[in-house]
Write a protein that binds this ligand. Structure first.
Ligand code: GLU
Length: 617
């Protein structure tokens, strides 16, 4: 995961928005905040500092020696004040970390330096062969200061450069290239050295933003879009070398120059300010009716894409986390509505099923960020086997968006809280619509989404919120919560358990109702809370029987259903909206997770150990 943000500006020019010159560290500090969802263990910035006098000299075209300063902090950048205000610079590089190798310490925070302190490196990915590289570098006399895999990159570049001072960009580019070729795994890194930013990538994303008088480099286009719409997406095995005035892209293997392909970022950024809400998670829960209205209005796009699904021989949904549960609900939806068999695989498992994939296959990756490496990697492999890729993503311009032959944008708007709420709703709603459109019944799908929109709005009212708050107080000390559903409510149960695990850290398990008696019922004791989804469909009678079985063993039954039942100890009413129940049943669970987190004094937006976009394996 990790967010990378770099800035290199020409010191003699002002930025378009009138920001004062030579504030690269501040620009990077603010840029990193927009990437915090990618990791928030710790953060750091390297800045090439000039004194005001030096800056003046530089602007006049003279050169004066500058100094590389590194500032690192544990914790969230959004909780920090800007510590570099006294430094003047036109060149800075920063990182917000989600640790893979090495604990969350100041020493392990990026940027990492080589032995001479001239090369600063930030990195997204895992250097899979770092142990052997490190052993060799230590033998050669390099001194390591962190436990990370990343630090080997700085020392490898230093090693490749030899002992001479950096005398120009070519030797540096060459050293970066040689170091990059020694790494195994999926990696993107950026170095700041002398007066250059140089980056190379394989797997993890990097985008360069072009301003009139500066360049930016970041992990994600959303981090640069407020400053520029002109961007270059770096492809795998490309190296970009950026100075104050020029930008060159090379093939990393041959160092042959590549003509940069400039993309125009033409999507509209939606408001991502908290407004009246205490947390983004709550704001995003409340945005769901709006998201559903937008999807219902999206007819033309859905009908066109439905034809691709209809004509495919062998269709595979591939996704992780909440998106995987949305995908699983998609298999039920396509079976029920479109009478079509769609396979489903968790992203990280799809490689082991790829022998099925051929030229007739249609692979449908589903991802909010479009950057989940566990999805991208198998999808790229499927593409090589001749499959067509139809990505369902929220982020325009993301890696999956660019890899795909066809795209369906979720239209959920920016989702900032780490846990999925409105993006889950958008995924399921789009799948409902798509399933109906596949059999020429788009209007029926649209009608269900519109009714679902109304049903969600009915939950987001003060009386209902009070009910949820009451339930969250009942469940504050619960150690385990079980959730059951049948058919379409089974993936709903899985999604609900994920909310309870990731936001208030409650151990929760979701099961298909029929499975309990095959072992799990042994876990039910007096007072064990069990949430039961009982929509008004073919699963109702059987799931109520399962609830009665649990109650007979002392379970405390929380029923989510359009009609109450005497087995329920606590009842959460929801409207009957047919297959839209997947969405409507999830909303009270999102609210429950949120209010349980508040009861426990936790930050619902940034749960421990997590990051929003999972870009490492
Ligand atoms: N492997 C690096 C570290 O642990 C980068 C991790 C990442 O990209 O998430 O610091």
């Amino acid at each position: 995961m990790c967010g990378v943000f770099g800035y290199i500006g020409h010191p003699s020019l002002k930025l378009r928005n009138g920001e004062s010159r030579l504030n690269a560290a501040k620009i990077v500090f603010e840029g990193l905040k927009t990437l915090e969802y990618r990791g928030y263990d710790s953060w750091g910035i390297a800045v090439q500092v000039q004194s005001p006098a030096a800056a003046k000299a530089l602007a006049g075209g003279q050169s004066e020696k500058s100094k590389l300063i590194v500032e690192k902090h544990i914790g969230k950048i959004s909780d920090s004040d800007f510590p570099l205000s006294t430094f003047h610079s036109s060149l800075a590089l920063g990182h917000t970390r989600w640790a893979t190798h090495g604990g969350v310490t100041k020493a392990n925070a990026h940027p990492h330096l080589d032995c001479t302190g001239r090369i600063a490196v930030v990195h997204n990915g895992i250097v899979e062969n770092f142990q052997e590289l490190k052993k060799d570098l230590v033998k050669k006399g390099h001194k390591f200061k962190s436990e990370t895999d990343t630090e080997v990159i700085a020392h490898l570049i230093e090693q490749e450069l030899g002992v001479q001072p950096i005398i120009g960009v070519r030797p540096l580019e060459n050293a970066v290239r040689k170091a990059f070729l020694k790494l195994s795994g999926l990696n993107a890194f950026v170095i700041l050295s002398d007066s250059y930013l140089i980056a190379a990538k394989n797997g993890s994303p990097l985008v360069v933003g072009i301003l009139k008088d500066a360049f930016l480099i970041a992990s994600d286009p959303s981090a640069i879009i407020t400053k520029t719409r002109e961007a270059i997406f770096l492809e795998d095995n490309q190296l970009v070398s950026i100075s104050q005035k020029s930008l060159n892209i090379y093939d990393v293997k041959s160092l042959k120059k590549i003509q940069p392909k400039i993309s125009h970022l033409d999507w509209t950024t939606t408001d991502s300010k908290l407004g009246k809400f205490a947390y983004f998670m709550l704001k995003e829960i409340y945005e769901q009716p709006q998201v559903l209205a937008k999807i219902a209005a999206n007819g033309g796009q859905i009908e066109k894409l439905a034809k691709i699904v209809k004509d495919a021989h062998g269709t595979f949904f591939v996704a992780c986390g909440s998106a995987s549960y949305a995908a699983l609900s998609g298999t039920y939806l396509f079976a029920k509505i479109a009478k079509k068999h769609v396979n489903f695989s968790i992203g990280s498992e799809f490689n082991y099923l790829e022998d099925y994939i051929d030229r007739g296959s249609l692979v449908i990756p589903i991802s909010q960020s479009g950057e989940s490496v566990d999805v991208i990697e198998p999808v790229v492999r499927a593409k090589k086997r001749g499959a067509k890729i139809f990505a369902i993503v929220n982020v325009y311009g993301s890696t999956l968006f660019r890899t795909a032959d066809y795209n369906l944008l979720l239209e959920a708007g920016v989702e900032k809280a780490v846990c999925a709420t409105k993006s889950w709703t958008a995924m399921v709603a789009n799948l409902i619509y798509l399933a109906y459109a596949t059999v020429g019944k788009a209007n029926q799908g649209r009608g269900i989404i519109q009714r679902t929109q109304k049903a969600v709005s009915k939950i987001l009212i003060p009386e209902y919120i009070n009910k949820i708050r009451k339930l969250s107080r009942i469940l504050t000390d619960a150690k385990d919560i079980y959730i059951i559903g049948r058919g379409l409510s089974y993936p709903t149960a899985l999604e609900a358990t994920l909310k309870l695990k990731e936001v208030p850290y409650v151990h929760s398990e979701g099961f298909a109702g029929g499975e309990l008696k095959h072992g799990v019922i042994a876990l039910i004791e007096k007072g064990t809370p069990c949430i039961v989804f009982a929509p008004n469909d073919e699963t109702y009678d059987d799931i109520i029987s399962n609830a009665i079985e649990i109650k007979a063993r002392g379970g405390y039954i929380i029923g989510v259903s359009p009609k109450t039942n005497q087995v329920f100890d606590f009842y959460l009413p929801v409207s009957d909206v047919e297959v839209g129940s997947v969405i409507v049943n999830t909303v009270p669970m999102q609210l429950l997770a949120y209010y349980l987190a508040l009861e426990k004094g936790l930050d619902p937006d940034k749960p421990r150990n997590l990051a929003k976009s999972v870009t490492v394996k």
